[in-house]
Design a binder for this molecule. Structure first.
Ligand code: F6P
Length: 329
């Protein structure tokens, strides 16, 4: 049964942008038009919501966007929305613009904000997981993660050429905040010698001894993928020095991939995921669902309460750790 109360839906992107956010906005806008509802875009996430920075969107407003990285609605991290006063202003802006429900696209910070907002104002919000980090509980994949993996693998393939030519060891730092998903999957995909993630916290001495072993086994160059959230990632230049001091035979270089991981044309996987979840978000709102994220689990679309998405530690695919160990021998 459709909830007839909902006539106008707002959509925003918040937190770090990710490739595929535009495809998600497009799906939300078109699903809204398909259901004969009005849609407004909110610029710069919760900050734009507080400022009433809105734009009406129709099916044609999102043409030529599916293939674009970044977010056409821009993004921000709003400190004002973390205050009760800021959220009160945001609520009034929604009422003034006759917005009945919201779709928020972002990561755990975005969902934390949505949860509190719903608690305070009982306002229908559903979320879509948009972050390269893949660190949201309740969804197997986040929008942007696959594209980021492809970007990392492409970059490391290039690094491998030069590493091999000079018999060098490269420490490649990747994003992910406190989650090791990008490092683990991209590390396997790029054929890394070792993968350093915060979920394992192996330490620099373990790394040195494993590199010593692989040198003995005949490897002449090496790629180590390091997650920025690991202690080694936080001190990557010092660790490079430490390795050179303890393994004289290695010449070490560091590459920090940084924000190139957030940009670029979204992969087909991310475009399809974003389209699927965007349509499902509008279906969910019309079915009366709220206070939840629409994600994907075992290839099925699922609705997960915001409280669950932000609960506990990031879960890494432990089976992949074993794979990484075996294939890097
Ligand atoms: O959450 C996405 C992400 O790219 C993280 O991987 C990274 O730690 C962070 O955002 C960087 O944030 P900023 O763009 O604000 O420097």
């Amino acid at each position: 049964m459709k909830n007839r109360e909902i006539k106008k839906i707002g959509v925003l992107t918040s937190g770090g942008d990710s490739p595929g956010m535009n495809a998600a906005i497009r799906a939300v806008v078109r699903a809204t038009a398909y259901n004969n509802l009005e849609c407004i875009g909110i610029y710069r996430g919760y900050q734009g919501l507080i400022e009433g920075d809105f734009i009406p969107l129709n099916a044609r407003s999102v043409k030529n966007k599916i293939n674009r990285g970044g977010t056409m609605l821009k993004s921000a991290r709003s400190s004002l929305f973390r205050t009760k006063e800021g959220r009160k202003i945001a609520y009034q802006k929604l009422i003034d613009a006759s917005v009945d429900a919201l779709v928020v696209i972002g990561g755990d910070g975005t969902f934390t904000g949505a949860k509190v907002f719903n608690e305070e104002f009982n306002f229908p919000i559903v979320g879509l997981p948009g972050t390269i980090d893949n660190d949201i509980n309740g969804t197997d994949f986040t929008i942007g993660y696959d594209t980021a993996l492809n970007t990392v693998v492409e970059a490391i393939d290039k690094i491998r050429d030069t590493a091999n030519s000079h018999n060098r060891l490269f420490l490649v730092e990747v994003m992910g905040r406190n989650a090791g998903d990008i490092a683990l999957s991209a590390g396997i995909g790029a054929g890394a010698e070792a993968i350093i993630i915060p979920e394992q916290d192996l330490g620099k001495d373990y790394l040195v001894s494993s590199l010593r072993k692989s040198k003995k086994s005949g490897k002449s160059s090496s790629i180590v993928v390091v997650s920025e959230g690991d202690e080694i990632g936080k001190n990557i230049f010092q660790v490079a020095k430490y390795i050179e001091e303890n393994l004289k035979e290695y010449e070490v270089r560091v590459t920090v991939l940084g924000h190139i991981q957030r940009g670029g044309t979204p992969s087909c996987f991310d475009r399809v995921l974003a389209s699927k979840l965007g349509v499902a978000a509008i279906d969910a709102l019309l079915e009366g669902k709220k206070d939840c994220m629409i994600g994907i689990h075992n290839s099925k679309v699922v609705a997960v309460p915001f409280a669950k998405t932000i609960q506990g530690e990031n879960e890494i695919d432990r089976a992949l750790l074993r794979v990484a160990e075996i294939v890097s021998i």
